[in-house]
Design a protein around this ligand. Structure first.
Ligand code: ARG
Length: 462
């Protein structure tokens, strides 16, 4: 144990359990690259404004590079008694270059240091996830394109009861739309957090003639944060990241649930690839959708990470409180979790085989074209509510006798309503039903084709 970097006023050594409880180096060493990047920008600026001499800047800069080399090589000794990444790096720098290392922390506090490190990390993570979402978006768009020429039909559900037939491509495009917004949320968050808190110092700014604009620019931020209390005390940038991650997690969980359900023996809509499913150690026939189940389950931790940090932040008075050390693990975890799920789905979906015969047959059952029959009557000037009642009666008749609508006789149809002539048979097919839903944003093939073209342009143009 060496003397604490903050040990001046203390007469007694830190209790061992306190040291263990207080330390964050076990997880915040992940910020080492950002920490050294921040220190390099800070020391360069201290030289530019004349706070440090050129020689001091050079010694500290070279020392920081050497420490970084050790960290990258995995030869750096992370020490619990040095508490966190910041003091581990600074102490290692002092071991290496001697007391001049102590000048690095001039006009800086660990409060603005950790805030700048964490913003650098989170901004990068948000942009990286945005790219990975984009890649999955491209994959799902390609799947929509792949199934469009065959006009593969899927039952559309509400309440998980058959509702109306839709194109499989239309289903894919719904997820493309969700992912486009997810990507936008991460990019928006990255743009809003693009401000450097470095130079806020402990909380009130500093009497030193620092240049916060120079360090912000050197670190690739758009500008410095405008208020020093806010700079060191706020974590809404991390909350936004976690929030975008929770929403994305909810979308991926819904997708997972659909894939799990549709891959069951009972549905039989699709076959998941062997490469992305697993077997059972006792039941030889099993092929389990573990990837999708885990992706669905991971929503729990993604939501938890958001709730956790919201709860940490809510009771803390301005500005920095040690509670805020709890901000990092959730962000790391959400980032890692989403990185892997996004990649897994980008690989898995193109290898998933859809069974068009099964989905079409399923789409035709459950009286999925009943609305089309009602519309058929309404087009002949029967008020829609009346038409609804008539067709409801037909569905009741058919279901009581175990038949589909197209199995009703001409007499039965005419008895229900004189305008239900032979031409109604047309309205009963799933193909006709899909083709008819040509309103903007609807499932008709020409609308879906347009939607795909627009999404392709958005993806390539942006
Ligand atoms: N390890 C701390 C954290 O992650 C760094 C900031 C500590 N600042 C302080 N005044 N104790 O939040």
């Amino acid at each position: 144990h060496d003397k604490k970097l903050w040990g001046g006023r203390f007469a007694e050594a830190t209790d061992g359990l306190v040291e263990l409880f207080n330390a964050s180096v076990g997880f915040d060493q992940r910020l080492a690259e950002q920490d050294i990047q921040g220190s390099l920008a800070h020391v360069a600026m201290l030289g530019q404004v004349g706070i440090l001499s050129a020689g001091e800047v050079e010694q500290i800069t070279d020392g920081l590079h050497a420490v970084l080399t050790d960290i990258r090589a995995g030869t750096f000794e992370w020490r619990l008694d040095r508490e966190d990444v910041h003091m581990n790096v600074e102490a290692a720098l002092r071991d290496r270059i001697g007391p001049v290392a102590g000048k690095l922390h001039t006009a800086r506090s660990r409060n603005d240091q950790v805030a700048v490190d964490f913003r650098l990390f989170t901004k990068q993570a948000a942009l990286d996830l945005a790219e990975k979402i984009r890649a999955l978006r491209a994959v799902m768009l390609s799947e929509a394109e792949k199934h469009l020429p065959g006009e593969v039909i899927l039952p559309g559900y509400t309440h998980l009861q058959v509702a109306q037939p839709i194109l499989l491509s239309h289903w894919f495009m719904a997820y493309v739309a969700m992912l486009e917004r997810d990507e936008g949320r991460f990019r928006d968050a990255a743009a809003r957090m693009d401000e450097s808190p470095l130079g806020s110092s402990a909380l009130a700014g500093t009497p030193w003639p620092i240049d916060r604009h120079a360090t912000a620019a050197a670190l690739g931020f758009a500008r410095p944060t405008a208020n020093s209390l806010d700079g060191v005390g706020s974590r809404d940038f991390a909350l936004e990241f976690l929030s975008a991650g929770a929403i994305l997690g909810a979308h991926l969980s819904r997708l997972s649930e659909e894939l799990i359900l549709y891959s069951t023996f009972e549905f039989g809509f699709l076959t998941l690839p062997d490469s992305h499913t697993t077997g059972s150690s006792i039941m030889p026939q099993k092929k389990n959708p573990d990837v999708s189940e885990l992706a669905r389950g991971k929503a729990g931790r993604l939501f938890g990470n958001l709730m956790g940090l919201l709860t940490v932040v809510k009771g803390t008075p301005l500005a920095y409180n040690k509670d805020l050390q709890e901000d990092k693990e959730g962000v790391f975890d959400s980032y890692d979790t989403l990185s892997i799920v996004l990649r897994l789905y980008a690989d898995m979906l193109p290898k998933t085989v859809w069974h068009a015969d099964v989905t079409r047959a399923a789409a035709a059952r459950g009286y999925s074209t009943a609305t089309d029959v009602a519309d058929f009557l309404a087009r002949q000037d029967v008020p829609f509510r009346e038409a609804h009642e008539v067709v409801g009666g037909l569905v009741g008749l058919a279901s009581r006798s175990g038949r589909q609508l197209w199995e009703l006789t001409e007499e039965e149809l005419r008895a229900a309503h004189p305008l239900l002539g032979a031409e109604v048979a047309q309205a009963l097919t799933v193909e006709q039903s899909v083709k008819g839903r040509a309103s903007y944003g609807g499932t008709a093939p020409e609308r879906v084709r347009e939607a795909i073209e627009n999404a392709r342009r958005a993806l390539e143009g942006e």
